[in-house]
Design a protein around this ligand. Structure first.
Ligand code: SAH
Length: 215
């Protein structure tokens, strides 16, 4: 990475700290992950701005603050088996891969997944397992998951995913709502009981059913 990108990244980390991100593992993972590799060509100079950017297929790479906040909310540990819905650019999965044991990530656009896989390979992130499919259905063959992160907006509580969350100490973070602004909800499962906490308002692209056609 260039010295220029490096100093931009340091500035981004300062912005995130000021905004209240304090989990050392999350900050370290952001430090280790070159966001410029994950943005669309032509946007590299904005890669370390704290803002969402457009990616292929009309989707977006989330704002770094939201990525950091959701990562922190997951309370990850190095033995965690994590499921991510909505691979997009692969940036969030890359962040998770530095903290968790294994990351399973699902995307409905083949084009996006091909690019994300290329980035994982380039960065030698070998603990990320990918699948092109409808993430709303989760990944039953690999369930249960210690942690689940949904990075596209679900219209209502994602029941199929909650079912695949570990009964004892499982945590899921998901934007929920059908409107342009959704509520980020943290679900905690203990002894099979789910307790939810509303975190903040967010803007995610919608979770859509099925595999994308032509993509
Ligand atoms: N986590 C991504 C950003 C997600 S953008 C990143 O770090 O870049 C949301 C992504 O969710 C989009 O790529 C969209 O195609 C995908 N998506 C929407 N509905 C989906 C579904 N049902 N299954 C899998 N992916 C889905």
């Amino acid at each position: 990475m260039s010295a220029e990108a490096d100093s931009r990244k340091i500035r981004l980390l300062m912005t995130l700290r000021r905004a209240g991100i304090s989990d050392p593992a999350t900050l370290r993972a952001i430090e280790k992950t070159p966001r410029d590799v994950f943005v669309t060509r032509g946007f590299e100079d904005q890669a370390y701005d704290d803002r969402a950017l457009p990616i292929e297929c009309g989707q977006t790479i989330s704002q770094p603050y939201i990525v950091a906040m959701m990562t922190e909310a997951l309370e990850l540990h190095d033995r965690a088996k994590v499921l991510e819905i909505g691979t997009g650019s692969g940036y969030q999965a890359a962040i998770l891969s530095h903290i968790a044991r294994r990351v399973y990530t699902i995307e409905r656009y083949r084009t996006l997944m091909a690019e994300a896989e290329r980035r994982f390979k380039h960065l030698k992130l070998t603990n990320i397992v990918t699948d092109v499919g409808d993430g709303g259905k989760g990944w039953p063959a690999q369930a249960p998951f210690d942690r689940i992160i949904v990075t596209a907006a679900a219209p209502g509580h994602p029941e199929a995913l909650l079912d695949q969350l570990r009964d004892d100490g499982g945590i899921m973070v998901a934007p929920v709502g059908a409107g342009e602004v959704q509520t980020l909800i943290k679900y905690k499962k203990d002894a099979g009981e789910i307790v939810e906490t509303k975190l903040t308002g967010v803007r995610f692209v919608p979770l859509r059913e099925g595999i994308a056609r032509g993509g």
